[in-house]
Design a protein around this ligand. Structure first.
Ligand SMILES: *Cc1c(COP(=O)(O)O)cnc(C)c1O
Length: 388
């Protein structure tokens, strides 16, 4: 493995050049690959050779993307998916058997919640949840049939931090796997494997693409687990398309510089919001006033691009704020170059009860901002005029 820095590997890890000696990796739009002869074909199908057979299993563009993410996360191996959710589903489905049990954080992405609550029970797989401020209770939730602990940090939309090292210790003590969805941090800010995670999942749709263009997902980690995920996925078909892999691998070349600016802008927005009288509280991992600041600093390089704040006046004030926004976008995505504002209580979390929302820290006036790469003064001016 190379000892290059993160930024260098993000640019220099590259698929072998073709006879044309192209400088930048070309797009390999092909569904299948040729064999030299019958013996080559036999050995390839017998898994005796590592080579491309069919793009449902592997493709030079997705392999390049996976190789970069593995290097960034310190992982042995990986598989790339058509979306973050196909990564989550296929990872879970490959590892779980009927009758198994999951211990998951309450504060997880909406579709992952739906997967655990409504879909996995079809196969007699159950989930117990822990509150993010009570991770020591995880030990009491673990059963003989528990396969893994699953969590996200920072969380969506409240940007809370979970102690990854503590999660790693609990998983190890009880001989269960630890799976971390590292989407909000990206491998540039946080590498869960160094804290004991066995597998790391990303929705590449967010900061990894970073420009709101394509969907993608990836799971990386221990080789024996990835082998199971590869066999499951190769046969069931959630593979990332070569085109999206090509886009995402190019995106990784600029991940460090983009995320640096995202974090700088987000910290500026958080500090600005803290000074506003109409703002009851601001949550951002790297705000000095944040009670989790020390923990965030221990496990993250910077605070990420998402800021949450509570606006005085509840649900109506949240909706009014969104209606007054002029430059920034109202959109469901995050981690885009374009700053995006959402109001979870009236949108993504409108269907859950007020009690469940309170459990997840989603107060009525909570606004989530995915801070983009526009000029910081323009971002703050728009937020400022909307607050007024
Ligand atoms: C968006 C997201 C996902 C799902 O990813 P898609 O690419 O939209 O399928 C999973 N986990 C987290 C934390 C996310 O933010």
């Amino acid at each position: 493995m190379s000892l290059n820095h993160f930024e260098t590997d993000a640019i220099r890890i590259q698929t072998e050049r073709s006879q044309f000696l192209e400088h930048s990796t070309p797009l390999y739009l092909t569904s299948s690959y040729l064999f030299e002869d019958a013996e080559d074909m036999r050995a390839s199908f017998a898994d005796e050779k590592q080579r491309n057979i069919y793009s449902r299993y592997s493709n030079p563009n997705s392999t390049e993307f996976i190789d970069k993410i593995c290097k960034m996360e310190g992982a042995e191996s990986g598989y790339a998916f058509a979306s973050g959710m196909s990564a989550v589903f296929s990872t879970f489905a490959a590892l779980l058997n009927s009758g198994d049990h999951i211990v998951s954080s309450r504060s997880i992405f909406g579709s992952t919640q739906t997967l655990c609550k409504n879909i996995l029970p079809k196969w007699n797989i159950s989930t117990s949840y822990f509150k993010i401020n009570k991770i020591d209770l995880i030990e009491s939730l673990i059963q003989p049939n528990t396969k893994f602990i699953h969590a996200e940090s920072p969380t969506n939309p409240t940007v809370d931090i979970l102690d990854l090292e503590r999660l790693g210790q609990i998983a190890k003590k009880h001989h269960v796997l630890l799976i971390i969805d590292n989407c909000f941090a990206t491998p540039y800010l946080q590498q869960p494997i160094t804290f004991g995670a066995d597998l790391v999942i990303h929705s590449a749709t967010k900061l990894i693409d970073g420009q709101g263009r394509v969907l993608g997902g990836v799971t990386v980690g221990k080789a024996d687990l990835i082998k199971q995920i590869y066999l499951f996925s190769g046969n069931t078909g959630p593979a990332l398309s070569p085109f999206n892999a090509w886009v995402l691998s190019k995106s990784l070349e600029t991940l460090a510089v983009r995320v640096d600016r995202h974090c700088e802008n987000a910290l500026n927005v958080a500090e600005f919001l803290e000074r506003q009288p109409k703002v009851k509280f601001v949550k951002y991992p790297f705000l000095k006033s944040n009670p989790q600041y020390a923990l965030a600093k221990k496990q993250m390089k910077a605070g990420g691009n998402v800021v949450a704040f509570e606006i005085e006046g509840g649900i109506e004030a949240g909706r009014n704020f969104l209606n007054a926004i002029k430059l920034l976008s109202l959109s469901a995505n995050l981690g885009d170059t374009r700053t995006i504002v959402t109001h979870p209580a009236s949108t993504t979390h409108a269907k859950v009860s007020e009690e469940e929302r309170a459990d997840a820290g989603i107060t009525p006036g909570l606004v989530r901002i995915s801070v983009g790469l526009e000029h910081i003064e323009d971002i703050i001016n728009d937020i400022n005029q909307a607050l007024k």
